[in-house]
Design a protein around this ligand. Structure first.
Ligand SMILES: [Zn+2]
Ligand SMILES: [Zn+2]
Length: 97
């Protein structure tokens, strides 16, 4: 079973983002500029972390340590807002270990 990325539900387990909580992840903050500049939410069901859309507050995209640039959307799946830091990311994770 897979879930479409709609900016509202967890793509891993399908839980509604109403039940997500604000998350802090120092590693991800250091690794990804758009996490440092933005906000993370964590799924209450499976623990997956998401970047929060600054425009609508929806789930912009899932963030995980092995993230590749092709996994990132070019816009928010919910409202269409474009996060320039995400778009500019070249796929090199962990800027400074
Ligand atoms: Zn989940
Ligand atoms: Zn949005």
């Amino acid at each position: 079973m897979s879930h479409q990325e709609d900016g509202v539900h967890c793509i891993v387990c399908g839980k509604d983002q109403d039940q997500f909580s604000i998350a802090h992840d120092e590693w991800m903050r250091r690794a990804f500029l758009f996490v440092e500049q933005g906000q993370l939410k964590m799924c209450a069901g499976c623990g997956a972390k998401y970047l929060v859309c600054e425009s609508c507050g929806g789930l912009y995209c899932r963030i995980h340590p092995a993230l590749e640039s092709w996994e990132l959307p070019d816009k928010c799946p919910k409202c269409g807002w474009v996060n320039k830091d995400v778009t500019a990311w070249d796929g090199t994770s962990a800027r400074h270990f």
